[in-house]
Design a protein around this ligand. Structure first.
Ligand code: FAD
Length: 286
């Protein structure tokens, strides 16, 4: 690993100042499970590393009308939080499908989003839950809908001096959400394809017959996590028949823009998006 300057600020102001001074030469450090590996492989050679872990409040999980999830909440904290388990079970479930227990003790939800991998597993369910990212810098604060946060492979809307502070998730018990990922090895592998679905079920007892609103989010099949908006439009305002669900799943697969890589071919990924989308929609309505 190349030598680098190490900073451990205790406040946002201090962190923002360092990041503003060092610009693109600096990298924020959360759990380090992506950053350290890339530095060791010399894929990233930051001159300065800014550890965010001593900044107060970044590990808070607070529910007060909306969920406020600190960017440094770890995957294991997501799994064990009573608030998350009761009100946002899809997030605890998703975290449980990521990595192994040692990595989950370090890996943070904010790091997963800021790394901006197309296969970042927390992104599809958070987008399906209509989450927003709160971003801070020495210029102030801005809020970005999470479905506008990702702009390319490994690229988010974050400027080099910006820090993701928290993720806000609306609490709306009239929505039900689910997530599924396809991987080679259970819970130790990056997604080959993933699908998160959320369905507006207000006033309906399962099985849900009609769809007032829906979000379908695909992971690992495009440069960024993506909404399958044409598939959503097929379902929105309509009866959730088996035929309509099958048609929406086919359209979701056609909206995906997968590539061939070591984990799977583009053809296989598209086929799997159709299967996973159909399966999730049938499960969530039942
Ligand atoms: C064995 C193994 C298995 C894995 N399995 C999975 C998996 O199943 N699914 C999956 O999605 N990922 C997986 N990962 C990838 C990784 O663990 C996750 O992406 C993790 O959530 C990253 O979080 P972190 O806190 O470690 O981020 P870090 O490595 O600390 O940071 C990642 C990037 O985000 C930036 N960053 C971090 N926090 C902030 C912030 N608050 N504001 C601004 N920038 C920030 C850093 O500068 C860096 O560029 C795996 C990794 C390993 C090593």
């Amino acid at each position: 690993m190349k030598p680098f300057e190490y900073y451990s600020p205790q406040s946002f102001d201090e962190a923002a100042r360092i990041l503003a001074d060092r610009g693109a030469e600096a990298r924020a450090l959360a759990g380090g499970t992506d950053l350290m590996i890339r530095m060791k492989r010399k894929q990233w050679l930051p001159r300065a590393v800014v550890n965010l872990k001593r900044i107060a409040g970044l590990r808070d999980i607070a529910l007060n009308g909306e969920l406020r999830l600190g960017a440094l909440v770890t995957l294991n904290e997501l799994i064990s939080s009573p608030v998350i388990r009761e009100h946002f079970p899809v997030l605890a479930y998703t975290a449980g499908k990521m990595a192994g227990v040692q990595v989950r003790n370090l890996a943070t939800v904010g790091g997963n989003l800021c790394n901006a991998s197309p296969a970042a597993d927390t992104a599809p369910p958070l987008i399906a839950l209509n989450a927003r990212a709160v971003v801070v810098s020495s210029r102030g604060e801005r809020v970005v809908p999470l479905d506008e946060f990702f702009v390319g492979v490994g690229k988010s809307v974050l400027a080099p001096d910006e820090i993701l502070r928290e993720i806000i998730v609306p609490r709306d018990d009239s929505w039900r959400a689910s997530f599924i990922k396809l991987e080679h090895r259970e819970a130790m592998d990056i997604s080959i394809a993933s699908v998160a679905v959320s369905l507006h079920v207000s006033g309906h007892k399962p099985p849900v017959a009609g769809c007032e609103d829906v979000r379908i989010v695909l992971g690992a099949v495009a440069p960024t996590p993506m909404r399958a908006k044409q598939a959503e439009a097929i379902l929105r305002g309509n009866e959730l028949t088996a035929d309509r669900i099958a048609e929406a799943a086919r359209v979701a697969a056609s909206e995906a823009q997968p590539i061939d890589d070591v984990r799977g071919s583009a053809w296989y990924r598209r086929e799997m998006i159709e299967v996973l989308t159909r399966r999730q929609l049938l499960e969530i309505k039942s």
